[in-house]
Write a protein that binds this ligand. Structure first.
Ligand code: PMP
Length: 426
């Protein structure tokens, strides 16, 4: 019996579904998950000693690949000085300053341990500031698993086809209004009808939890205008896009300024560290400066903050974005050629280095169109690549993540495996 299978069996006895986050269980693609033993750069090695080119990269948290020396060293040095104090430290100030410097709309920032907490707290602040209850979100966008934000969420929720989830009360879901992504007119109609009840619009400026779906021209600008017109706040959830589509995130790329921004993943260097931030006028409402309660024992944890600072220093020193874009372009072109020559219908959506593959000949602009893609075909593709030593996200509703450590060798190898597999998938 393979070591991964043995571990999965033991895991299922003591951990629900054998995993600590649903998508890891391979439910969407079938089969049993591999257990990871270690990683380096663009690669992971499983518990049976097999190596894979890794396109999950901790779901985008490790922009510089696994075990990047500068980040490991910074975390180890910080841990040696004490792993948690629950008291303020200089490094937190430096990380906050770095984020304020990089992200155009952010003047002040509060650190949290997860993107879920950060998004939940940003919505709480928006409700407090506007004194309104309503939240407009988009079908297929995921903002973590706070009750009110799970309505028609993407990612794991999309994978499992649940409209929402048991355990979320009607009261918690009632104030969430769900609208199709990229449909500005639908947002306008909601605001015409009940705009005076809406605290905020929360959006992934590039949707990346229903596969990758770019915002159509004018969509983000339109949301900005509608929110302003109705005195509601616009929240960009940049947990994925932040420090990935560029140092200034999607707001820099598209030049649209949200009121509040949610960050996570890259800014923590692969450790539990996330943030929400925005204009000082808004953030000054957060306790203890203001009256909106928000807290965390491990918020601003010194090990996570040191790793985050090291990652953001690498962003400054190495400007990884042109390289990431180049790798993504050649990978996407290689895959498209290989699938095209075998007559396999597909659509690849890409923004900078963020992309995903849908098995459909139709454009994919929203959640319904993402659902209409052939997800069984994705499962077959996933397993063919896994067999060839390429580890893809185990769901067609997830983005593929490149790191700065994916070089020509990893890209060429991946394209080769797709070329070999394509005829068997047609
Ligand atoms: N927002 C977005 C856009 C995300 O992609 C995620 C997680 N993938 C979250 C929020 C939640 O972050 P976390 O998993 O750190 O709670």
């Amino acid at each position: 019996m393979a070591r991964s299978d043995e571990l999965f069996e033991r895991a299922r006895a003591v951990i629900p579904g054998g995993v600590n986050s649903p998508v890891r269980a391979f439910g969407a693609v079938g089969g049993d998950p591999i257990f990871v033993a270690r990683g380096d750069g663009g690669w992971i090695e499983d518990a049976d000693g097999r190596r894979y080119v890794d396109f999950v990269q901790s779901w985008g948290a490790v922009l510089f690949g696994h075990a990047r020396a500068e980040i490991v060293r910074a975390a180890a040095d910080a841990a040696a000085r004490g792993t948690s104090f629950g008291a303020p430290m200089e490094a937190e100030v430096r990380l906050a300053e770095e984020i304020v410097d990089a992200v155009p709309s952010v003047e002040m920032v509060r650190l949290t341990s997860s993107g879920t907490e950060a998004a939940m707290s940003a919505v709480r602040l928006a409700r407090a500031f506007t004194r309104r209850p309503g939240v407009v979100k988009f079908a297929g966008c995921y903002h973590g698993h706070a009750d009110g934000l799970l309505a028609r969420a993407g990612s794991g929720v999309a994978t499992f086809g649940l409209p929402s989830t048991p355990g979320v009360t009607e009261a918690a879901a009632r104030d969430t209004i769900v609208v199709p992504y990229n449909e500005l007119a639908a947002v306008g109609e909601i605001f015409e009808a009940v705009g005076d009840q809406i605290a905020c619009i929360i959006v992934e400026p590039v949707a990346a939890n229903m596969g990758v779906i770019p915002p159509e021209a004018g969509f983000l600008e339109g949301l900005r205008d509608i929110a302003l017109e109705h005195d509601a706040l616009l929240i960009f959830d940049e947990v994925i896009t932040g420090f990935r589509v560029g140092r200034s995130g999607a707001q820099g790329l598209y030049d649209v300024t949200p009121d509040l921004t949610v960050l996570g993943k890259v800014m923590g260097g692969g450790f539990p560290c996330a943030a929400f931030g925005g204009r000082a006028e808004l953030m000054d409402r957060v306790a203890p400066a203001g009256d909106v309660y928000q807290a965390g024992t491990l918020s601003g944890n010194p090990v996570a903050v040191a790793a985050g600072l090291a990652a953001l220093q690498l962003v400054r020193d190495e400007d990884p974005y042109p390289g990431l874009e180049k790798s993504a372009t050649s990978l996407v072109e290689g895959i498209a050629d290989a699938l095209g020559s075998s007559g396999i219908a597909h659509t690849i959506n890409r923004v900078e280095s963020l992309f995903s593959l849908f098995f459909t000949d139709q454009p994919v602009r929203n959640f319904d169109e993402a659902r209409r893609a052939d997800h069984d075909a994705y499962a077959g593709f996933f397993h063919a690549l896994l067999e060839g030593g390429i580890y893809l996200p185990p769901s067609g509703y997830e983005a593929w993540f490149l790191s700065a450590a994916h070089g020509d060798a990893e890209i060429e190898r991946t394209v080769e495996v797709v070329k070999n597999a394509a005829p068997t998938l047609a």
